[in-house]
Design a binder for this molecule. Sequence first.
Ligand SMILES: [Zn+2]
Length: 212
Amino acid sequence: MNNDPLFFVDPNGKELYIFGEDEESRKKAFELLQQFVGEGADRLTLGENGRVLINTEDYKYGSNKALDLLIDIDQAVDAEGNTIKIGFGVSTKEISPEDISANNEVRGGGIVNASVTPRAGVGPDRRPDLPLGYPPGPKPTHGFQGEVTISTHVEWSINGKPIARSQIVGHELSENLYRTRDKLNYWVAHAIANLKFFGGDFRRRISARPIR
Ligand SMILES: [Zn+2]
């Protein structure tokens, strides 16, 4: 994916963005965010340059965990006071069983979760139990500090029970926030995201299969 100069805006903002290859995929990504929020989705609007605007008027934080997550992302600042921008997009390209067979949510499995923070940690933060040369994970390619892309051609399930795509949104966006804002390593961020959005059992594997 190429960087799109349209999406490099206001370096001082702390914001949530929609990105995408074209108008259609940006629209789909925004609709997926709305599904994720459910009741209260009318608080979201898609502003200029893909920025997601959240109307928090009379909203009681804590009453909708999906909306809370988007507000947290919108206001994210890291420990050093750096602003964090996180982008969300969908991939509308068809995906083959081979593409998906790795079943690795970081790359493959129909999901790309990219962050400026390497997923295994580096230097003193590096997890000693991971082998040398452990892949650092994909880097953002649209100019944000964190980016999540979800395929529209994949279905996920756990023990044969389908997982709604909007639930995947919650898992991936929260994991990305914990990695990018809090610099948590991938495994910790993944476990917390599971507790928040997958009912608490992070030991079970998620399966992904391509759909047309
Ligand atoms: Zn995860």
